[in-house]
Design a protein around this ligand. Structure first.
Ligand SMILES: *Cc1c(COP(=O)(O)O)cnc(C)c1O
Length: 431
């Protein structure tokens, strides 16, 4: 299958090109050019049969990649009548980003092994992306990963997840904030001189190679639930876009609800009647600073995957509103939800998942026998955010094994300043 750019449909590329480029050359995002019906393959362990429609990797190889990438459980926990939690945090770095990162690493490795090329990945992170990408690519001989993270601005555990691996994972601790990291990564990706010398790509959620595999768990849940309402805690809308893809492929879904925090401009998009950014007050919002919230991985005002959502719904707010609602959850509601869900069901939710649960509750304050089944996607393990969770439930929570072992490991980061020259020197000498 070919993938076109949301900015220009006329020059579609194959999956390998889209995967290795990340962003299209014209700055657009890659979209699948066809939507083959996938009605017979909503079977556990059969996701490769959906992905093979999009990805030109031989079926046997693709099956192997999927079984290695998705080698952890995805429990569907019933909290109450018609309120279910799909736990996506049982991968090695305890967030749903493991699905996309682990698949993407293996797919890249497949193509590069065949061609013998060497590749470099650069990724700026405020936490979960960096750890998932570092872990997913760890140990691959033909790919080096440079992870830029803001010094002292990510949690100690997240830093350990990124900076204790070594080998092909280079942890760059930037004396600055997340925006500095992102700017540096963009500068490197847009440096023509550097790109002449080395193969360089990014691994953020605009990469179609991270998005497609995330359809996996929607199909899993769709197998178990009849026409669910999926509630997705959202920031850059990568997770939700993967869900919309499954509906397009024929998965019966009643509705998607984006649970968002106070930073998101999506309700304004949906209300405005125009989907394109230039028509909304979003430009203003983008200029104002994003606030730090409990659900830090969703502190995004203008989601990077929105161009895909608009493209999928042919720029029609009417069509989009049939499938998508967005509900904003305040900080106090988020914390209150963690407390209440614990009291009522004994369930410990992380702050991102709590935004999703609160959105489900808001939309349907009494989830009764006759109502539709809600499936809230749990995007991170509560142990990744101990301060807020422990304060909300009034109790200590233990570290899962995956994190407990990390505490003793020593970090090995390279400290760099905000100046691009420093990064450039490292890229020049390390690739
Ligand atoms: C990244 C992240 C999100 C947001 O996902 P998007 O695909 O960017 O919408 C939500 N929760 C957690 C825990 C995350 O790490």
């Amino acid at each position: 299958m070919k993938f076109y750019s949301t900015k220009n449909r006329s020059k579609p590329v194959d999956f390998k090109t889209a995967l290795l480029r990340g962003l299209a050359e014209d700055g657009g995002l890659y979209m699948p050019s066809e939507w083959p019906k996938a009605t017979r393959v909503h079977k556990v362990g059969k996701v490769h049969q959906v992905l093979k429609e999009f990805i030109d990797i031989p079926e046997k190889e693709l099956e192997k990649i999927c079984s290695e990438a998705f080698n952890f459980e995805v429990p569907l926990v019933k909290l109450d009548k018609n309120l279910h939690i799909l736990e996506l945090f049982h991968g090695p770095t305890l967030s749903f980003k493991d699905f996309g990162a682990r698949f993407m690493a293996r797919a890249m490795n497949y193509y590069l092994r065949k061609s013998g090329e060497k590749f470099n990945i650069i990724v700026a992170t405020s936490g979960d992306t960096g750890s998932a990408v570092a872990d997913g690519f760890y140990g691959l001989s033909n790919i080096k990963v440079f992870v830029l993270y803001p010094s002292k601005r990510i949690s100690a555990l997240q830093e350990k997840q990124i900076a204790t691996l070594g080998k092909n994972i280079i942890a760059l601790e930037v004396a600055g904030d997340f925006d500095d990291c992102q700017r540096l990564a963009k500068q490197a990706l847009g440096d023509p001189e550097l790109r002449k010398k080395i193969n360089l790509s990014s691994a953020n959620s605009i990469n179609i190679g991270r998005l497609l595999p995330q359809m996996y768990y929607y199909f899993l849940a769709g197998e178990k639930m009849k026409k669910p309402i999926f509630v997705v805690p959202s920031g850059n809308f990568g997770n939700l876009t993967a869900g919309l893809f499954t509906k397009k492929l024929g998965l019966p879904v009643k509705k998607f609800i984006a649970g968002i925090n106070v930073n998101s401009g999506i309700p304004e998009f949906l209300k405005s009647g125009y989907l394109a950014e230039r028509h909304t007050s979003l430009k203003l919002r983008r200029a104002s600073k994003t606030k730090m919230t409990y659900s830090s991985a969703m502190d995004v005002s203008s989601p990077s995957n929105w161009a895909r959502v608009i493209d999928l719904y042919k720029n029609s707010p009417e069509l989009l509103k049939k499938d998508l609602e967005a509900i904003t959850i305040s900080e106090s509601e988020t914390k209150k939800t963690i407390t209440e869900i614990y009291k009522k069901f004994g369930y410990v939710a992380d702050p991102h998942t709590a935004v999703g649960i609160a959105a489900a509750m808001t939309r349907h304050s009494t989830i009764t026998r006759n109502s539709d089944p809600y499936v809230v996607l749990a995007t991170a393990h509560p142990a990744k955010f101990p301060e807020i969770v422990e304060s909300a439930i009034g109790k200590k929570i233990g570290l899962p094994q995956a994190l407990a072992g990390l505490v003793k490991k020593k970090k090995q980061s390279v400290v760099i300043g905000k100046n691009y020259k420093e990064l450039r020197k490292i890229l020049d000498s390390n690739h």
